[in-house]
Design a protein around this ligand. Structure first.
Ligand code: SF4
Length: 324
């Protein structure tokens, strides 16, 4: 008999996948239902925890805007494209991107806990046939410049503890790798993912582990999530956050101030505030760089310096993120 899947997998299987089910849950009117986009190429997937935090009988909600496909996605725009950061040009192996000096990124999984409608990697042709990283690890092993390995995707916490444990074990055997950075949004949707098995992988890992969480609005947080993240902090894992500046979600000073205050109160340091990567279907999310700069200036007038992230944009071919 197969063992029962871990709790987080069982919770993930309860995600909303049908927009009509969510529309019923949110008690949307016929006019509001008519604004849902049922034929998006980027599938709809939403943890129940996030749905429960959404406002009812409206589409004007920061969580609905982030996670629910609206017909605004079908607006074409000349400057928007399938791969706005040119990931494909930096693909060194099926699951390996190399863009920046000393750092290399493993595309660990195509899966996420939720699907963010503005995701710049939503069209990426992931290798999904297997969870074998031998070729990618060979490349890292043979390049002593690679001091930091970023686990991204998709979301690396979509992998089972067995797969992640194996990957961490293999990385630990590469002497020039000093840091493992995990880019994840999983705990925002399913904090149960930070379970004992995952913590024990990190606890015994010899290289420095760093977590970068993707959080855009304080409504994404709750006490269960902060409690789960506290377990990571107790292992000495620094927690950073990155956000995307999104029209109608977090493009006002008070919303960002509340978010960053909540994060630093939880010991999570705001790292980057990204301007939108112009992926097809995301025109309705765009906020100008000038507006972003004004917001950062306003935040500086109210928060300590360490609570104000750097406003950046990824410009393909540049040696780092570009400060705006
Ligand atoms: S969690 Fe990250 S990778 Fe996954 S859909 Fe959202 S932005 Fe994209």
């Amino acid at each position: 008999m197969n063992p029962a899947p871990p709790l987080w997998r069982q919770i993930q299987r309860q995600n909303f996948h049908r927009l009509t089910d969510l529309a019923d849950f949110l008690r949307l009117s016929p006019d509001q239902r008519a604004r849902l986009h049922h034929h998006s190429a980027f599938a709809f997937s939403l943890p129940r925890r996030i749905a429960q935090k959404m406002a009812k009988k409206t589409l004007n909600d920061p969580l609905i805007r982030q996670f629910v496909p609206l017909i605004d996605e079908s607006i074409p725009a000349a400057d928007f494209c399938p791969d706005p950061v040119n990931d494909l040009a930096f693909r060194r192996h099926a699951k390996l991107l190399h863009k920046y000096h000393g750092r290399v990124l493993i595309l660990t999984s195509s899966a996420c806990a939720m699907h963010c409608r503005f995701c710049f990697r939503q069209n990426f042709p992931y290798e999904t046939q297997n969870q074998d990283f031998s070729s990618e690890l060979d490349q890292i092993r043979n390049d002593p410049r690679m001091e930091e390995v970023i686990l991204s995707g998709g979301d690396p916490l979509s992998l089972s503890n067995e797969s992640l444990g194996k990957l961490f074990f293999q990385l630990a055997a590469i002497p020039h790798v000093k840091r493992i950075r995990i880019h994840s949004r999983f705990p925002i949707g399913i904090p149960e993912r930070i379970d004992e098995g995952l913590l024990s992988i990190f606890a015994k890992h010899p290289q420095q582990v760093i977590f970068v969480l993707h959080i855009n609005h304080v409504a994404e947080l709750d006490s269960d999530i902060l409690h789960a993240l506290r377990h990571l902090q107790q292992l000495g894992i620094p927690l950073l956050s990155q956000s995307v500046l999104l029209n109608g979600v977090n493009d006002d000073e008070m919303t960002l101030r509340i978010l960053y205050s909540a994060l630093i109160n939880a010991g999570i340091i705001p790292y980057y505030l990204h301007l939108l990567d112009r992926v097809d279907g995301s025109t309705h999310f765009e906020v100008s760089a000038a507006r972003g700069r004004q917001l950062i200036q306003d935040l500086r007038n109210h928060l300590p310096g360490y609570a104000v992230p750097r406003l950046v944009q990824e410009i393909a071919g540049q040696p780092s993120k570009t400060l705006m």
